[in-house]
Design a binder for this molecule. Structure first.
Ligand code: SF4
Length: 272
């Protein structure tokens, strides 16, 4: 559980920056309010995810681990004195896949959340594409060739369900699927299978707008395990744990070890 290498590397790069006063972070470096506050205190400016576009306010721009489209990268390069690119290599790999599928003349379908910055970046690279988060969002696509890939943090069982529906609603299409779910997401999702069988309730630590944190909670609920989502120890409420004898703990890939430790300590003191 907890921070993946992509987020860790992005944070290390940001906190190693010698001159944060010259840098605009293009979106949220991680979907974690505690980390965002630290970055602000360090002197970085940041552009809200929904307000990306236009000229950056400072001479340099830091691209987050979620990545941007090649078009957006080129635009930012032209409008700034330099980019600090912390795009996760596994997100880069997904971009390469999207470009390859588009080059084969396929309509690109990303299994992921429409509007999420990673998905916007992936779709920004291809001439035409769609994003679908669940089987109910799948449509018949009027293209003979489809290329399907995943937002890196999509739970594998959701990918399987959406892919089945894409094939069912597009029976005559030539569908090529490339699995771009990242290894840390896969590992954390697999660990939940074990956890859900062992506890009565699981605490999921992570930012409220963190996609993978939401996915962890959704998987636990699907497995029949009650969940409580918190951003930190202060969100824990004793009332949620009345009558509960075994509690599990997991955390999204953007949750710092220090936050997880603080939640664990509070849980233990509540248990005592
Ligand atoms: S969740 Fe996966 S793709 Fe995203 S930053 Fe972490 S390792 Fe990279």
């Amino acid at each position: 559980m907890g921070t993946c290498f992509g987020v860790r590397d992005a944070l290390e790069r940001a906190f190693a920056e010698q001159d944060p006063g010259t840098v605009t972070i293009w979106g949220e470096l991680v979907h974690n309010p505690a980390v965002l506050a630290r970055l602000r205190d360090a002197g970085f400016d940041s552009r809200a995810e929904r307000a990306r576009g236009g000229r950056p306010s400072r001479p340099r721009v830091l691209i987050t681990a979620h990545g941007v489209s090649n078009r957006e990268r080129a635009r930012l390069e032209a409008q700034t004195e330099g980019l600090i690119d912390t795009t996760c290599p596994l997100v880069k790999k997904a971009h390469d896949v999207a470009l390859e599928l588009a080059a084969e003349g396929r309509h690109v379908v990303v299994i992921g959340r429409r509007g999420h910055v990673e998905v916007e970046g992936l779709l920004g690279d291809v001439p035409h594409g769609d994003a679908v988060a669940s089987p109910s969002e799948v449509a018949h696509y009027p293209y003979p060739r489809l290329g399907v890939l995943c937002q890196t943090t999509t739970p594998p069982d959701e990918v399987a369900a959406v892919l089945r529906e894409i094939r069912a609603l597009n029976p005559s299409a030539d569908v090529r699927f490339v699995d771009t779910v990242c290894a840390p997401t896969r590992d954390r999702q697999e660990a939940l299978q074990e956890l859900a069988g062992e506890v009565e309730l699981a605490v999921v630590v992570g930012g409220r707008n963190s996609n993978n944190t939401a996915a962890l909670a959704a998987t636990l609920e699907k497995l029949g395990c009650r969940t409580v989502r918190v951003e930190g120890p202060d969100d824990l409420r004793v009332g949620d744990f009345v009558g509960v004898t075994r509690v599990g703990l997991t955390a999204g890939t953007s949750t710092l070890d220090a936050t997880i430790d603080a939640v664990e300590a509070r849980l233990r003191s509540m248990g005592a």
